[in-house]
Design a binder for this molecule. Structure first.
Ligand code: DX5
Ligand code: ZN
Length: 245
């Protein structure tokens, strides 16, 4: 299995002091930063866009290799995911994780773009790679894991996803209850793909991590559990230990 990767979600950080929150969590042992982007349309909540990512990027050293420490894992809970790839790449995103459910849109390539191009998950992965960053694909609880097999097995021009994200809450808010009902998706993916990076997001804590780790998840997002802790470094260590054991 791939290594344990702990990715605190800065959705639960102090947005008034975001740069420091980012550098602190890396210093406390986090591998990646999970950056939740919400547009008030794909999900009923809003966070921030590429300009904020640009401003927090200098607070965390860039990764020196794929999946390395300091990776900005941007979870794009947005409609028209193709439209924003270039802006987020320029802002310092290393891994652009779009939602399968949003990936069939007809959207301009950029805010100023004139050309409409219809996209699909496979084409979007190829497009993200063409800009030189990694591509992840996320599914909501209501989406079957079965939509992923063809995307992984029959990619366009061998452009496979670099990570799959299985949501363990309905996307939109931090602090929700973990949905163990989603773990069979993780087990099914892990059984087929021993080396795939499989991320879980939503409700992960010292309590729920054993189940997620057992199912085979290796990339662990935690927002409220890390940023709400009196000792975040200890929570990060417990999450890592559960995946590695
Ligand atoms: C929810 C976000 C999560 C969120 C997780 O839509 O995608 O990343 O921050 O927060 P917790 O860990 O508190 O469930
Ligand atoms: Zn997320």
């Amino acid at each position: 299995s791939p290594p344990a990767i702990i990715a605190p979600s800065i959705l639960s950080a102090d947005f008034g002091a975001l740069g420091k929150a980012c550098s602190d969590t890396i210093a406390q042992g986090a591998d990646w930063l999970h950056v939740d982007i919400m547009d008030g349309h794909f999900v009923p909540n809003m966070t921030f866009g590429a300009p904020v990512v640009t401003k927090i990027r200098p607070h965390v050293a860039r990764p020196t290799s794929a999946y390395g420490k300091g990776t900005f894992d941007c979870h794009m809970m947005i409609a028209e995911p193709k439209r924003w790839v270039r802006d987020f790449k320029d802002a310092g995103c290393d891994l652009y994780c779009f939602h399968y459910e949003a990936a069939f849109s007809t959207a301009a390539e950029s805010p100023s773009g004139t050309s409409d191009s219809k996209t699909s998950p496979k084409e979007l992965i190829k497009y993200i790679h063409s800009l030189g960053i990694q591509a992840g694909i996320a599914i909501k609880p209501s989406t079957s894991v079965d939509v992923l097999w063809d995307i992984i097995e029959n990619p366009v021009d061998k452009e496979r996803p670099d990570m799959v994200l299985i949501m363990t809450v309905e996307p939109g808010f931090g602090g929700q209850s973990f949905m163990a009902s989603e773990l069979p998706k993780v087990s099914a993916l892990r059984a087929k793909y021993p080396e795939l990076h499989i991320e879980v997001d939503g409700g992960l804590s010292e309590k729920t991590i054993p189940q997620a780790a057992d199912a085979g998840a290796n990339v662990i997002v935690a927002g409220s559990a890390v940023f709400g802790a009196s000792d975040p470094s200890q929570v990060i260590a417990v999450l890592r230990e559960a995946v590695e054991s």
